[in-house]
Design a protein around this ligand. Structure first.
Ligand SMILES: Nc1ncnc2c1ncn2[C@@H]1O[C@H](COP(=O)(O)OP(=O)(O)OP(=O)(O)O)[C@@H](O)[C@H]1O
Ligand SMILES: [Mg+2]
Length: 214
């Protein structure tokens, strides 16, 4: 169960007034030639979020889209460097990412995010922060045995040895998406095929031109 409420109830800024931008969101979207959205990758560590998100970002970039990629470890180096991996810190991590992703969407971008984001409630919170159709949940569905065998960062080995605590799938829970927009099974498809499935979704749903060549 997400402890998110306990986090946002601590809002400390009062007497702040929203200043309306001169260039509107609609104008920014018109300038792009595609619709903005957050492509939210979720899944276990080692499931393939970063790998596929990068492949998708590359494909979209090659199609002429304005994109950005927010990736777990990179964000934890800077913006969220003060956060650990307790349940409360994971929630705050996602809340901040959601806010940043929302700014990118406001600017008209297709932004991919690659975070484990293990809690259903937190992913729903980000969905609710955004407008209709602006949150595309991509479940990178990889059995934990496969993730553990891949172990690209050696994290499962450390977690099994007790050197890392609160590791998702081992001693911290992962809540499987119930109705993700896109479901990708990486033990059955290549990286390229997984990325193409996502880009094809964007074409079918009209986020990008269906005729755009890859
Ligand atoms: N079909 C596939 N899709 C994605 N990755 C795959 C696939 N097949 C094999 N892999 C490999 O699985 C590993 C996935 O690692 P990756 O860093 O992308 O995971 P992650 O979900 O971002 O993990 P973390 O949450 O720790 O950042 C890579 O080494 C990648 O080459
Ligand atoms: Mg990653």
């Amino acid at each position: 169960m997400s402890p998110y409420k306990t986090v946002i109830n601590e809002a400390k800024s009062t007497d702040v007034v929203w200043h309306l931008a001169s260039v509107t969101h609609e104008q920014r979207v018109m300038a792009q030639g595609h619709l903005p959205a957050v492509i939210w990758f979720t899944g276990l560590s080692g499931s393939g979020k970063s790998t596929i998100a990068n492949a998708v970002d590359n494909m979209l970039y090659d199609l002429g889209c304005t994109t950005y990629l927010l990736d777990g470890d990179n964000v934890r180096h800077g913006l969220n460097g003060d956060l650990g991996f307790s349940d409360a810190d994971r929630v705050e991590n996602i809340r901040r990412i959601g806010e940043v992703a929302k700014l990118f969407v406001d600017a008209g971008l297709l932004v991919s995010t690659a975070f484990i984001s293990p809690f259903l409630a937190d992913r729903e919170m980000v969905r609710n922060q955004l407008g209709f159709g602006q949150f595309i949940e991509v479940f990178i569905d990889t059995p934990i045995e496969v993730c553990e065998q891949r172990d690209p960062k050696g994290l499962y080995q450390k977690a099994r040895a007790g050197e890392i605590r609160n590791f998702t799938g081992i001693d911290s829970s992962y809540e499987v998406p119930l109705t993700p927009e896109i479901h990708v099974e990486t033990d059955k498809m290549s990286v390229n095929a997984c990325a193409e499935k996502i880009v094809n979704y964007l074409k079918t749903k009209g986020y990008i031109e269906a005729t755009a060549d890859q």
